[in-house]
Design a protein around this ligand. Structure first.
Ligand SMILES: O=C(O)CCC(=O)C(=O)O
Ligand SMILES: [Fe+2]
Length: 193
């Protein structure tokens, strides 16, 4: 079963029908004018000082035998990187009360690199946008397995506490930012444990 695909919804529609109900969705056709989308990948790699990884991605990983471990850059912090001003938060999420800089991450991996089933840190929700490539997502909620393919410039919304897994169908570069809307309540719950 596929998760819902929304065509550039209003903030209100997304908030009432998906975020407030903790239902994952894919948003397409949201207008993005991010400078990072215009940057050649080798510039991005240079900004992040990951030239060796870039060479691995463009050449070596294609010649690895299937039993060789692969390299997947995960949770690369964009905080204080020279790229942090080359994109901004999509308007659906920009008024969330808690979206710390150190929850801004970049993911960059070869075909078939993946993230196992997990929920996100500190009961946070997240948005994820692919800059290049394609990802397959799986979500588990309502006792069902849902899936979805995410392409360039599309937004995946992952609600708090929803189990999900991800596999890069092609080499894939993406940006994600986790956030909380009700962190005061969550801090309080943690204190009471
Ligand atoms: O793209 C991935 O491999 C994982 C994305 C994800 O689940 C996350 O950022 O929490
Ligand atoms: Fe996640």
């Amino acid at each position: 079963m596929n998760i819902d695909i929304l065509d550039n919804p209003t903030i209100d529609f997304f908030y009432k029908n998906y975020e407030q109900k903790d239902i994952p969705c894919l948003i397409k056709n949201y207008p993005l004018d991010w400078p990072i989308l215009e940057m050649p990948e080798h510039h991005i790699a240079r900004h992040l000082d990951i030239g060796n990884f870039y060479n691995y991605l463009k050449r070596d990983c294609n010649y690895l035998l299937p039993d060789k471990p692969y390299c997947y850059i995960k949770n690369y912090s964009l905080f204080n990187s020279s790229l942090q001003d080359s994109y901004d938060v999509p308007h659906y999420f920009s008024n969330a009360s808690f979206q710390p800089h150190d929850w801004k991450w970049l993911y960059w991996g070869p075909p078939s690199s993946s993230s196992p089933i997990h929920t996100d840190t500190a009961h946070s929700a997240a948005w994820n946008i692919v800059l290049s490539g394609e990802k397959m997502w799986w979500f588990w909620f309502n006792n069902k397995t849902y899936r979805c393919i995410q392409k360039e410039k599309e937004i995946i919304f992952t609600p708090q506490d929803i189990e999900h897994a991800v596999c890069n169908i092609t080499a894939c570069l993406s940006i994600t930012h986790n956030y909380l809307r009700d962190h005061e309540k969550i801090k309080w719950e943690m204190k009471c444990r």
